[in-house]
Design a protein around this ligand. Structure first.
Ligand code: FES
Length: 107
């Protein structure tokens, strides 16, 4: 397998209802992950961009959280409707989506 150009981590951490930290699972990460996988297959990006499901990335209250390397850009409150923009603008176009980036004091 060739080294991917970018690697994205989609948090799917689950915590029980009422947990004080919340979790990306409770904020809808499953549909975000499904959309990334669907778009990656549709666009045949598997050889260039790696998707990894991960546990907690830290900013739980701002999930669903998505982290992109090598830039180290953390996105928060990502919805299914944001996935195509992240792919086109950042993963392919190399320009992070400013409106979805978490502020520097959170990441
Ligand atoms: S539960 Fe997803 S960032 Fe913590």
């Amino acid at each position: 397998m060739p080294k991917p150009e970018k690697h994205i981590f989609v948090c799917t951490q689950n915590r029980g209802p009422g947990h004080p930290r919340g979790s990306c699972n409770q904020s809808g990460c499953a549909s975000v992950l499904d959309e990334f996988m669907f778009e990656f297959q549709k666009r045949d990006l598997g050889g260039k961009i790696q998707v990894t499901v991960t546990g907690c990335l830290g900013p739980c209250g701002s999930g669903p959280s998505v982290l992109v390397y090598p830039e180290g850009v953390m996105y928060g409150r990502v919805g299914k409707e944001d996935v195509a923009e992240i792919i086109e603008q950042h993963l392919i176009g190399d320009t992070p989506v400013a409106r979805l980036r978490l502020p520097a004091d959170m990441w």
